[in-house]
Design a protein around this ligand. Structure first.
Ligand code: PEP
Ligand code: MN
Length: 352
């Protein structure tokens, strides 16, 4: 259920309502819009009806949320987009994020070299895995704590916020020491206890779509994080399993405009894992940006031939600046990165 407040409602009206809702055992999630405040009320419907909130001071009307996902639903913000602010970088709305870095933290040299290249080119955040979900238990599983230490060093040196994956709630505290954004891998999209812990941590999360998950399942997974009071969730389309065998996964770009219709959360696209091949990364990135994605998460390596993990899909670091310029241009076509945007590409910033 959604309580739509009157434009004249006071802060005290909102606080009194939240208190009334919470004291009944339901959860209240206030969302401040530009013109209106809306309070999402999650709990037993009949229970909520008995509170007779309709006549309370400041309340304009009660509107049921029809979708099974509530807090991620576009209904709750009346179509307004959520813009996340992560260490001063905005994601969502008109802000386009370029999250770039290696699949895996392999060594100090490889991590710092990549971080410097992507920072100099104008990337928004640095990605890299310390804990890696690998199909084979015999494959390299990531450097773990040592990988986290290297990511921290990269963050200190470049100032870029860090996006890194947590696979197990037991590692969460250590990951929180480093991560500005916690990545939830495709294989963990429905690990509900992990989602709940990440929700409780309050740290921004990048939630990847499961290999065979529907958009509704993705939004229900996001709901596990949001319901803990963590509003900073971005969704990531990274390719799904279809009958097609000519490439690794099918990048579902239709998910971008459709998710934007269904949810207010930012939508990021991962062309690297969808393609599994570097030659497809640029065309998929351009298409994703043109389709209105709020950002791209892409793998970059100083020497892809030597990469321990996902080398065939990694962009070589020395071509990254040119790649980024082209993706920014496509994002601009879709209405991102206006002259007042703080995340213009370096060339555009110079020209603005
Ligand atoms: C990754 O980002 O390195 C990764 C393993 O992605 P996914 O969970 O989408 O496979
Ligand atoms: Mn990878």
């Amino acid at each position: 259920m959604m309580i739509v407040m009157k434009p004249t409602a006071t802060e005290q009206d909102v606080e009194a309502l939240i208190e009334r809702v919470e004291s009944s055992g339901a959860h209240a999630h206030p969302i401040d819009g530009e013109e209106l405040t809306v309070i999402g009320v999650i709990g037993d419907r009949e229970h909520i009806a008995r509170l007779e909130l309709e006549g309370a001071p400041g309340v304009d009307r009660m509107v049921p949320i029809m979708k099974p996902y509530k807090l991620s639903s576009a209904e709750i913000t009346h179509g307004a987009r959520t813009v996340l602010e992560i260490a001063g970088r905005k994601v969502g709305g008109e802000h386009f994020a370029m999250i770039a870095g290696p699949c895996t933290v392999e060594s100090r040299e490889q991590t710092l070299a990549t971080a410097r290249v992507v920072r100099d080119a104008g990337a928004t955040m640095f990605r890299g895995g310390a804990y890696k979900p690998r199909t084979s238990p015999y494959a390299f599983q990531g450097l773990g704590q040592e990988g986290l230490r290297l990511l921290l060093e990269a963050k200190r040196e470049t100032g870029l916020p860090i996006v890194t994956e947590v696979m197990d709630a037991r590692d969460l505290d250590e990951v929180l020491e480093v991560a500005d954004v916690i990545q939830i891998g495709a294989r963990n999209m429905q690990n509900y206890s992990l989602l709940t812990e990440i929700g409780r941590s309050g740290r921004p999360a990048l939630l990847k779509r499961g290999l065979s998950s529907t958009l509704e399942e993705l939004l229900m997974a996001a709901e596990y994080i949001l319901k803990e009071g963590n509003e900073a969730v971005m969704l990531c389309e990274r390719g799904i399993r279809t009958f097609e065998t000519a490439y690794r996964f099918t990048l579902d770009l239709m998910a971008v405009p459709v998710l934007k219709e269904l949810t207010h959360l930012p939508v990021i696209v991962d062309p690297s894992h969808a393609a599994g091949r570097r030659d497809l990364v640029l065309p998929l990135s351009l298409a994703a940006a043109a389709a209105g994605a709020d950002g791209i998460i892409v793998e970059v390596h100083p020497d892809p031939e030597q990469a321990i993990c996902d080398g065939p899909q990694a962009l070589p670091a020395d071509g990254f600046a040119e790649y980024l310029e082209r993706v920014w241009a496509a994002a601009a076509v879709a209405g991102k990165a206006t002259a007042t945007d703080d995340h213009l590409s370096p060339t555009a910033r110079a020209a603005a």
